[in-house]
Design a protein around this ligand. Sequence first.
Ligand SMILES: O=P(O)(O)O[C@H]1O[C@H](CO)[C@@H](O)[C@H]1O
Ligand SMILES: Nc1nc2[nH]cnc2c(=O)[nH]1
Length: 316
Amino acid sequence: MPPPQNLQSAELDDDTIEYSNTLKYLRAYLPPDLATPKLAIICGSGLGGLVNTIEQPKLTRTSKVEFSYSEIPGFVRSTVEGHAGKLVFGLLGVTKVPVVCMVGRFHVYEGHTREQVTFPIKIFKLLGVEVLIVTGAVGSLNSKFKVGDVVILWDHISIPGISGNNPLIGPNQSYFGTRFPSMADAYDFELRRIAFRAAASLNFEKGMIKEGTYCWVAGPSYETRAEARFLNFIGGDVVGMSTVPEVVVARYCGIRVLGLSIVTNMVLTRKPRSADPEKDEPEGIEVHPSHQEVLEASNASATMMQSLVKTVVEMI
Ligand SMILES: O=P(O)(O)O[C@H]1O[C@H](CO)[C@@H](O)[C@H]1O
Ligand SMILES: Nc1nc2[nH]cnc2c(=O)[nH]1
């Protein structure tokens, strides 16, 4: 059954009470012009500054547009540095598009279930969201990419997904989507084209905009060199511990997706130096990723990412 286009909370039955509670909670506070956002943005590691581009309307005494995850029914806590943990509604760009922004996301490595990680996407669908822009920090497996590049995602490889941890495992919720959704067009062509046009209109250096395939790994440990070689060999350009579960559930719900990743570090794919004294190999340059390095690199690109997302939204 195709996903209903204008799903209302009234259509949800008893086993979806969790969604109804969340919707009721948010709608009790949201001013009418922000209660049905058309676009959702997820801010990845160090990219929370994206929320600063969102304009907030004048509020009455009883309304609000900013919610801490800890107060929203059904939302879990964000425990990772660089993920503030709040949901913000507002207007974006000169065309004043009503948007909802997740400032910080959930990851399975935090101990959250696949359902908890992707719960906000289903709430977005119920609020009326049609387009999701998902951002994140990634390590590059592709030697042609460099730190600071923006990767417009054109595909993904879900390592947990294909090995039994697809976020859609469980009884199908037919009011959201079909049992066997296609992922052949997970990353919308028109939105990718708009992202290229937006980058050109902002005069970004051409070489810093790349297209690539995101490999989702569960984390939280970073890759061994052999894992990195494997991921590159099977077609991955970048690797990260998020994005894909949200994209899979968004596509399941019929939401169009644009994925933008920022390269924060290069992943070492070279084999380790042999310890065999007879080989006497020279030591190469060692690189050890750290979350600190990831945050520093994404912070350095935050302003550029903000103008890119804002321009994309204005062009949609
Ligand atoms: O994907 P986001 O959440 O932006 O962050 C990336 O950076 C963290 C690792 O440093 C992991 O969470 C990884 O997924
Ligand atoms: N798995 C993984 N996630 C990242 N997020 C940012 N950099 C990296 C990386 O090198 N590996």
